[in-house]
Ligand binder design. Structure first.
Ligand code: GUN
Length: 282
């Protein structure tokens, strides 16, 4: 029997509707500030989608679009002004930044209480220690989808392809914190296919179009595809969807899977940040 499709678009829509209801009850709109440097096409689209979604749920969202040639000190200066701006609840610096800017310096400068991406060392450390943290939006979306489909994750073997700071590592921490057995693989892993074949939950986040084939996947595995690639002008993930859906029990499509959940979880983080910074219910 072919896999059931995990409809991230629908799940995200439901979450956003619930969030909009909660925001109506606040006496102050949560406020997201987004910093975009340069004109990377994909980043511009991501930022536009985030802003649209934030406004739709009733948040304030200001995008600070800086020129490609903005110096690191000027970006830092903006981060510092947003850090101390009492009206701002969440700060997101869209990545990648132009090559002349050290992303680590910028990300590490964001006040941890406003770090709605969860990329800073404070929140990443809390997550790694299984303490209450602002969790990066994509891993949080993946976890939510798994809870809704698999239910109890205890003892499941999750294999993650990719070790990035944005996705692979925080996803591994989050699933470990929920009692999964976790294997992280990456581009230097030998016999990658053999690891993947052992997964109850296979998470692909490596940016290699259609890397994961049917014979990499155990019968009945849950497959989460975080890839977002262009192949022959069409969007595709890191999983060969048409093949793998024949063996998996559940699978996320690209587009319409993890992507929409990332935005919904970002908005949840802004809401949570607003709450923890101030007590604001009517
Ligand atoms: N670039 C690609 N994904 C992301 C993300 O989730 N957050 C930010 N800030 N930049 C990104």
């Amino acid at each position: 029997m072919p896999a059931k499709i995990i409809d991230g678009k629908k799940m995200a829509q439901e979450l956003r509707e619930q969030l909009a209801e909660k925001i109506k009850k606040l006496d102050k709109k949560p406020h997201l500030a987004v910093i975009l440097v340069g004109n990377n096409d994909a980043s511009s689209i991501y930022v536009r989608n985030k802003q649209k979604a934030a406004l739709e749920v009733g948040m304030d969202c200001n995008v600070y679009h800086l020129s490609e040639h903005t110096g690191q000190e000027d970006v830092l200066d903006l981060v510092n002004r947003l850090n101390v701006n009492a009206d701002v609840d969440g700060i997101l610096v869209q990545l990648p930044l132009p090559a002349h800017i050290d992303s680590e310096v910028i990300i590490n400068a964001v006040d941890y209480k406003k770090d709605v991406d969860g990329f800073g060392p404070y929140n990443a450390g809390l997550l790694a220690n299984n303490e209450r943290a602002m969790v990066a939006a994509t891993p949080k979306g993946v976890w939510y989808m798994l809870k809704k489909t698999v239910g109890d994750l205890t003892g499941k073997h999750a294999v993650i392809i990719g070790r990035s700071k944005i996705v692979g590592r925080p996803t591994a921490s989050l699933l470990l914190n929920h009692d999964c057995t976790v294997t992280i693989t990456h581009r230097q892993t030998r016999n990658l296919q053999d690891f993947c074949k052992q997964a109850d939950i296979l998470i692909a986040a490596c940016g290699c179009p259609k890397l994961v084939k049917k014979d990499w996947v155990k019968d009945g595995a849950v497959v989460i595809d975080i890839g977002m690639n262009r192949l022959d002008g069409r969007l595709c993930g890191d999983v060969d969807f048409e093949e793998v859906k024949e063996v998996a029990s559940y699978i996320t499509p690209v587009p319409g899977g993890v992507g929409p959940m990332t935005i919904a979880m970002l908005l949840e983080n802004v809401y949570d940040s607003c709450h923890s910074i101030r007590k604001i219910e009517k």
